[in-house]
Design a protein around this ligand. Structure first.
Ligand code: 13P
Length: 220
């Protein structure tokens, strides 16, 4: 089955030239899987004329309204730019105060505009994973949504979630939803094999290094 590898570049790289070069390397990857690249909004131009069947364009966030909302980007703007996927509810945005209610509005707006939401869920250190997921997964209102299980303590820390724990959480989600489920949190070319029961991976820092990212795509 086709796996999905999502590259979340976050607030990187710091120039258009670097973003274009990184995308150029990714485009050369030979794979039967699907790669979704989510650059910063200001780097969307890398996608012009360059998208093929194996690589899709994604965004890192979306706002649910249009009008007098300084700094926000709406779903119709993303749609107009041929963006297909959008990450919603990333823990780095939740940490700035985003609530599940706001996430719900973003998801509805994305679905209304035929974007595929990638909903990030996951527990912080010392939090009860099942309790957190029960509440965050209330936002799974469509089978089209891709669920990204990202334990917050494993993001950007190099701390790996054991395959045993990740698989337990996978089973927990699978019992409730038929959606695609991917894993994120310090994924690199070696540990990606630990998450092979998932439908793919969501990659942060390792997606900024083309060699490492190629290894992830090969080993996924
Ligand atoms: P890292 O791969 O850098 O841990 O980031 C994961 C992530 O947050 C992807 O959305």
């Amino acid at each position: 089955m086709k796996k999905i590898i999502v590259a979340n570049w976050k607030c990187n790289p710091n120039s258009f030239l670097k973003a274009r070069n990184l995308f150029h390397d990714i485009k050369k990857i030979k794979t039967n899987n699907l790669i979704v690249v989510c650059p910063s909004f200001v780097h969307f131009n890398i996608f012009k004329f360059q998208i093929n069947n194996k690589i899709k364009a994604g965004a890192q966030d979306v706002f649910y309204k249009e009008g007098a909302f300084t700094g926000k980007i709406s779903a119709s703007m993303l749609k107009d730019y041929k963006i297909k996927y959008v990450i919603i509810g990333h823990s780095e945005i939740r940490a700035l105060g985003e609530t599940d209610e706001q996430i719900n509005k973003k998801i509805k707006s994305a679905l209304d505009h035929e974007l595929i939401p990638i909903l990030c869920v996951g527990e912080k250190k010392d939090e009860d994973v099942k309790k957190i997921l029960e509440s965050q997964l209330k936002n799974i209102i469509s089978k089209k949504i891709i669920i990204a299980y990202e334990p917050v303590w494993a993001i950007g820390t190099g701390k790996f979630c054991s395959s045993e724990k990740a698989n337990k959480v996978l089973e927990f989600i699978k019992k409730r939803f038929k959606n695609k489920i991917i894993y994120g949190g310090s994924v690199n070319g070696d540990v990606v094999k630990n998450y092979s029961n998932f439908d793919g991976v969501l990659v942060g820092s390792a997606s900024l290094n083309s060699k490492e990212f190629i290894k992830i795509v090969k080993n996924v």
